[in-house]
Design a protein around this ligand. Sequence first.
Ligand SMILES: Cc1cc2nc3c(=O)[nH]c(=O)nc-3n(C[C@H](O)[C@H](O)[C@H](O)COP(=O)(O)O)c2cc1C
Length: 97
Amino acid sequence: MPRVTDLLGSQYPIIQGAMGVICNPELVAPVSEAGGFGLLATAFARDPEAVRDQVKATKEITKKPFGANLFVMNPLAPKFAEVFAEEGVKCVTVSVK
Ligand SMILES: Cc1cc2nc3c(=O)[nH]c(=O)nc-3n(C[C@H](O)[C@H](O)[C@H](O)COP(=O)(O)O)c2cc1C
């Protein structure tokens, strides 16, 4: 069975929980820098381009892998998923409904 660290590319098998507006680039990037796996949150985002900016801002701070979260009650979640695919975000978690 593959190790989660091999799947995610992180040093440690520690995945930061997705939390609404809290998980911005300033939190996510240091988590990944420290060897965990940071997750950007998009729960209350209102603009796919703002989400793209968050992905790019995280990439500016860290070259380590990080993921993102889709909050399925946000009607723009499908658009955010497209942004993640375009920006090469390889791991996306999904909230409960
Ligand atoms: C303040 C707060 C915000 C959260 N926002 C999200 C979210 O945007 N998307 C999501 O999938 N889960 C969200 N969650 C759920 C957490 O990511 C996590 O799954 C949940 O807290 C259970 O983990 P725990 O048992 O370690 O607390 C949120 C939780 C908290 C406490």
